[in-house]
Design a protein. Sequence first.
Length: 118
Amino acid sequence: MFEPLPTASIFAFVKLLRPRWQLRRVNGRSMHPTLVEGSTVLVDTAVTHRSPPQIGDIVLLQHPYQPSNQMIKRIINTTEDGRFILRGDNPDSLASTDSRSFGPVRAELILGKVTHRF
């Protein structure tokens, strides 16, 4: 007959089917002091499919003009047409490339929500 799979095998199989959780390393100082350069964050890539991102969420997004560039920013506001205004937490405006330089972003560019930091 069949023997039960170890729990670790089941989780590994599920992770292969749907890579919901991603570990990402913080590069740069745009989110300082909340996230320091070199720290690691856990991103939930499925949460934005269940409910829309909210003001105050820290999210992983695709840069609107550089598709290969992904960044971590905080949602600070929304526009009437459903776009998100993003900012880095660093009070030095020159330390962050965000909506001040590329404008509000479409929801499709938000790839996930940062849920934990390490």
